[in-house]
Design a protein around this ligand. Structure first.
Ligand code: 5GP
Length: 192
């Protein structure tokens, strides 16, 4: 998606440790009009899929997922990072290693909001190693839900997550794929 690439070039900052900072329009201040255009792109790309639920993970996926859910006319559910695992069996749980914080989080989704009747589009802001996606896929698997696809705003193509998930047969639709980025010059190269 050209407009997203241009915005990343204009406003993105390449940090050391392979982190791309896009606080100006995605991760802190949110350009909701841009989110709407992203949502329209995913809606067109997944027009053939019977999606009835959007799933993401807190915190930074929520803004995008909410706009995507409005575009599809379906609910959005976000997986919660939880300190205490609920032991009463009312939640699906998994563990996710955070790329940006290096910590492992317990993540939960209530059984009330995801089940075998669901056809899910998973949405997130970034994909790097694919840990967040693997956790969300595990939750969908536990729930017996069908994963119709994965929509990522920015995939870092030089990290292994996207390749791994595509090889597993998942339909991964990344709107911008960064091939390389240089923290010294701030040069960002995209894959097409
Ligand atoms: P993964 O689990 O694929 O390794 O990393 C994806 C998650 O880490 C995303 O949910 C995102 O919040 C965060 N993340 C990974 N790489 C970046 C990055 O370069 N910039 C920002 N802002 N977040 C990132």
């Amino acid at each position: 998606m050209l407009e997203l690439e241009e915005r990343i070039r204009r406003d993105g900052t390449v940090k050391t440790g392979d982190v791309l900072k896009v606080d100006n329009f995605l991760n802190h201040q949110m350009d909701v009009e841009l989110f709407q255009k992203m949502a329209r792109q995913w809606k067109a790309d997944f027009a053939d899929a019977p999606i009835n639920k959007i799933l993401t993970i807190e915190a930074s996926g929520i803004g995008i997922a909410a706009i995507v859910a409005a575009e599809f006319g379906v609910p959005a559910v976000f997986a919660k990072k939880s300190q205490s695992i609920n032991l009463d069996g009312e939640v699906y749980t998994t563990k996710i290693r955070s790329f940006t914080h290096g910590r492992v989080y317990d993540v939960i989704v209530s059984k009330k909001f995801l089940g075998p009747e669901d056809h899910v589009l998973i949405i997130d802001d970034f994909m790097a190693n694919g840990c967040a996606m693997e956790g969300l896929l595990e939750i969908c698997h536990e729930a017996g839900a069908t994963v119709e696809g994965i929509g990522i705003a920015i995939e870092k193509g030089f990290e292994p997550g996207g390749k791994k998930l595509r090889e597993q047969g998942y339909r991964v639709d990344s709107l911008a794929i960064v091939e390389s980025m240089d923290p010294e010059t701030n040069e960002i190269v995209f894959r097409h």
